[in-house]
Design a protein around this ligand. Structure first.
Ligand SMILES: Nc1ncnc2c1ncn2[C@@H]1O[C@H](COP(=O)(O)OP(=O)(O)O)[C@@H](O)[C@H]1O
Ligand SMILES: [Mg+2]
Length: 360
């Protein structure tokens, strides 16, 4: 168990990032810290493994005051995963994952075997072992980050917005896999996010923070949604309530626009073109200011703009459109091939239509 007792963090410039925090994280579940940007989530997390030291109060991990524990020893029992995975760019995937076991003095063969086993656990294929991080997609890199954090089999995992930078389709599958992993491995996980939907989906218990590092409410997700403690929580969980409703509507029936596509080396028209590989799967966007430029696949604009047309929701379609550099969300089929485009306005129209049908 992790326990915060009257914990305050005041930075040298006077900023109070966390203010008198009392909170207990139960063993073997996922506890989520959620709240708007700047409310002290990261600071709270980093005080647990002593990357930041509290100014006042006590943090106990399994009954031991972290300040009385050797920092290196403490961190051996605590895996840490951050956004964009924080991988070492010049080490292969297998070496990234084996980092901690090697530091602990395992021999290379054993560390490597452990890394390969973990790659399987997090859904990476063995042939990725010798690649470098940039040769993997964002979602795959996050999986490596999780595998690395699990390498020494720590009982506790701290995860700071690990999925915020990946596109919505991948984010959902990473969330599902984390839930599965948690149920199999029974780790104690503290997970930070700014996204209330993610908090509600993953958390056994959810702590809502408000700016100034104050805990507004700490409850099971159902209680949080049904009985928000005050107006702040009500607003925070109720924000985008309409938007959240999008998650329950399928994107399947939404009409698609034709999508302008090209392949490597081809010349494009003015504006945005989606570049496809030989199998028709999206590689990224190409922007042509005047028209007639040849596509260079080394210089595409990435963009989390994909959603699965058969299984996706209107929300994933809207996220796709809103996060796409071209303003177009790309619908992909079960094989990952681009089949058409949607704009954010289309999604909102589809929502309005669905509501009319419901009312009728
Ligand atoms: N090293 C620092 N020095 C001064 N202020 C900081 C430092 N780190 C974070 N803060 C401030 O503390 C507050 C909480 O930050 P943080 O814990 O990163 O919030 P969150 O993760 O919820 O976005 C913010 O106001 C932030 O600007
Ligand atoms: Mg943060």
């Amino acid at each position: 168990m992790i326990e915060f007792r009257g914990v305050t963090k005041r930075f040298p410039d006077g900023t109070v990032a966390v203010d008198d925090l009392d909170l207990q994280v139960e063993d073997g579940g996922i506890t989520v810290f959620v709240g708007p940007s700047g409310c002290g989530k990261t600071t709270s997390l980093r005080m647990v493994n002593r990357m930041i030291d509290a100014t006042e109060g006590t943090i106990l991990v399994n009954g031991r005051d972290v300040m009385q524990t050797d920092a290196a020893e403490l961190r051996r029992g605590i895996g840490y995963v951050i956004q964009q995975a924080g991988l070492f760019p010049h080490r292969t995937i297998v070496d990234n994952i084996a980092t901690v076991p090697l530091l602990l003095g395992w021999n290379r063969k054993k560390a490597r075997e452990r890394a390969l086993e973990l790659m399987q656990t997090v859904g990476l294929t063995p042939e990725m072992a010798e690649r470098y991080p940039t040769q993997l997609s964002g979602g795959q890199q996050q999986r490596v980050g999780v595998a690395r954090a699990l390498a020494a089999d720590p009982p506790v995992l701290l995860m700071d917005e690990p999925f915020s930078a990946v596109d919505p389709v991948v984010r959902e599958s990473l969330q599902d896999e984390l839930l599965k992993l948690q149920s199999e491995l029974g780790k104690t996980i503290v997970f930070v996010t700014h996204d209330i939907d993610e908090a509600v989906k993953l958390g056994d218990r959810v702590a809502v923070f408000r700016v100034g590092g104050r805990l507004a409410q700490y409850d099971e997700p159902g209680v949080l949604l049904a009985r928000p403690a005050d107006d702040f929580v009500d607003n925070f969980v109720g924000r985008d309530r309409g938007y959240r409703g999008l998650s329950f509507l399928s994107s399947k029936t939404m009409p698609l626009h034709p999508l302008r596509t090209a392949r490597s080396g081809e010349r494009t028209e003015q504006g945005w073109t989606l570049i496809l590989d030989d199998d028709g799967r999206p590689l990224g966007w190409h922007h042509d200011r005047r028209g007639g430029a040849a596509v260079d696949v080394e210089h595409l604009v990435p963009g989390g703009s994909l959603y699965e047309v058969a299984s996706g929701s209107l929300r994933s379609a809207l996220d796709a459109a809103l996060s796409s550099p071209s303003g177009q969300g790309v619908a992909i089929d079960d094989d990952g091939r681009a089949v058409g485009a949607v704009a954010a306005d289309d999604v909102l129209d589809a929502l309005a239509a669905a509501r009319r049908d419901e009312a009728a």
